[in-house]
Structures are given as C-alpha cells and as structure tokens.
Design a binder for this molecule. Sequence first.
Ligand code: SF4
Length: 434
Amino acid sequence: MLQIRDPYKTTHPETAYQTDDLSIFLNIRGNNEYVKVSYPVKYGIFSRLETREMILEFNLNHEIKHARSKTRHWLHPSEWLKRTVGNDWIYYSSGGYSGVVEAIGEYYLPNFMYATNSLLGGKPFEFPVIADLCSSWQDMMAGIPGALPDMPDPIADWLEKAKSIHGPDLEKKADHLFDISGARATVLPPDARHSDYNLIPLTIADGCLYKCRFCKVKNKKPFTPRSRTDIQQQIQALKLLYGPDLINYNALFLGEHDALCAPKDLILFAANQSHDAFGFAHSFMKTPRMYLFGSVDSLLNADMTLFEALNRLPFDTYINIGLESHDQATLDRIGKPITAEKVSLAFDRMGEINQTFPKIEMTGNFIMDDHLPPTHIQSMLDLVRDRISRPVPKGSIYLSPLRFGKPSREVLYDFYRLKTASRLPMFLYIIQRL
Ligand code: SF4
C-alpha cells in the first residue's frame, strides 16, 4: 500500500475529543492545493470545534477562521462564513451554482459586509442567523466548559487559548497588519481568487501614477517605491504577525496599486526575500503564487528582462493591469489620463508576455457601466474578439462594474454578451479588500 508521508505529523499531530454535545478536532488536514469545485473545501491545517448548534474552525493561532450554524435557519448546509486576515466576515454562497462559476470563475460567491461592485448575490448579512453568528460566536464559546476531567491535555490547552482570544484582540491584530504596510489594501487583485485571497500583503511602492477621477480605491499618495530596509522590516513584522499559521500561506501580494512600476531589482528583492523568510518552500500549501497590480505605462516601460526574471522565480506570478477602456471618449469621461493607443499597445504586450512566459499570467481590467459611451463596448470587442485569432485559455479579462452597491441587470447582460464573444477568459471583478 502506498504510504503518504506527512511532514507535519510530529509538529501538528491530529487529536480528537468527542462527547454527545461537543467535538474538537485539532490539526485537521485541509486541501493543500487551491481547487475550483462545487462543494465546500477548506485549506491548510486547522482545528474544528462543533456543538449541537454550530461548527467553528480556527487557524493555527487559535483565531476563528470559519463558522457555520447547524440550525434550520442557516441558508444552505454547504455555505459558510470566513473571517479574513483583515477581520472581515465573508459569506460564501453557492448561488444555487447557476451562473456563478461562469461569472466569476469560482463556484462560491463571496458576499461582503461592506459595499462593493458585485452584480450578483443577495444580502446574507441581513439574515439574523448569519449576523448573530458573526457577533456572538464568542458568547457561545464562553458557554462551553473548560477542561473536562476526561479531556486530553492538548485539547484542554487548545480550548483555553481559543476561548481567550476575543473580538477586540482580532480587531487589534488586523489594525496592526494594516500598520505594518502603512494602510489597509482597499483592493486586492482579482487573480488572488486563485489563492482564495489567503495572502500576505507586502507594500513595495505606495500610491499610483494616474489618480483617475472614477476610481474609488485610490489614495492621495504620489507613486513612491519603498526602500529595501523598509521591505525587510515589513517582512519581519509580517512573519511575527502571521506566526504559527504562516505554514498555511504560500501567496504574496506586492502592493499597492502599481507594484509593476517599482524598480526591477526592488520587485525581485521583495519576491525572493519573502519566499525565503515566509518559508514558502515548506508551506503546507503547494504552488506559491505572487500577485501584483500594474498600469499601462508601467507595463509599456518595463524591460523584457523583468519578465524573464519573474518567470524564473519560485512563484506563479499574476500581474493585473488596469486597462479600463480602449475607447478615448470613455477614458476621457472617467478621467483616466492615458490614450486608447497606449491601451492597445499594452494589450498586445500582455498577449506577448502570456505566450512567452509559462509562469506569468498578465490579466486586464475593463470598466462596465450603463452610462458609458456605446463605443466603449465596441472598442473592447476590437481587442478581446477581433485581435485574437482563436480562443486562448490564458490572459483573463476582468470586467469591473463602476458603481458600488447598485447591481444592474443591463450591465450583467452586457457582461454575458461580451463573455460569449471574447476569445480570452472573461469574468466579473468583485472588488475585495484585505
Ligand atoms: S484606477 Fe488605478 S491608477 Fe487609477 S486612480 Fe485607481 S488605483 Fe490609481
């Protein structure tokens, strides 16, 4: 029989405790690869506490990670709540599976507590069973008796630690995370879905080049790369903050809005230092990934040697470029200070890089809105349909609705029309923060 070696057997032994009303399993092995499947999958090594009413899952820092009620009021047995490292709760809904995977490339639809640009989903946080679980899981934990006479020591110890971490502690930790990089990342690249947004944020440059009028996620900082010393300090602080749970991570987000514009040596320095310091080579999760944003100008100015070097890194690298529109009238209307001609050149360069480098995927964003000039959609089709001779599986295009909190049937209809015509994979971009 084939014996599968478990390198975590000694450091993270699986331990269980069960009574009629309570079960605790420590160090459960979840999936070690991110997958796209139509049933619930949990990733990494984690622990689970289950009562008659609820299932709570914790990371290796004893911090809550997932929650689900077992009562009949819960919306669907295969849906769950996830708490992010930024201390947001996200409700993963199956959306009945119809259309979700076509629209976002994932089987589960993330629903947020904050306003975003999603065209899909409902308002799960308005259901008391969901809102209550987010706010009162700790009260329920407090009601669980501590060390019972027959409880093994590791279980009793774990329970005491898990019960000692309260809401304000989690909030404080998230604030500390934002302080390390200088600010909360207001938007993560859409490609981060390939790691279920479980990533470590490292800021290598602040701000962006354009300060576009339409943009809701920009800040006032002028584009400024960080120093190597600053990057090293962030890495050390992040290592401490992620702590024992670091082995569940293998994805890096190089922030902020235009890391591609940073000097080539700085990008490579940050990637290599992070890979070593965070121990990605020994992570429980396989296939390290790196995500960054880029702009049209940073892409056009980047030397091909940068991409050659990125392709040699131990990461699969995803670079997301804000193209927004291939139509000059639209670019002018949204206040994006670039030309349609440059967008066209950037689009071609993305295709060239995608064809040349197997470990790099360049992806692009276009905006969507029902108040844009009709030439916007036609000019987008000129690129994603007419400029490519046959369908290609690499180089996803993300369509980002301009308005927050205003789902629109017309925009959704346009999306499906464009998706059908596109020769590149096309998905909706749901803006998610750290
Ligand atoms: S779209 Fe990108 S470049 Fe424009 S303001 Fe927003 S972050 Fe900056």
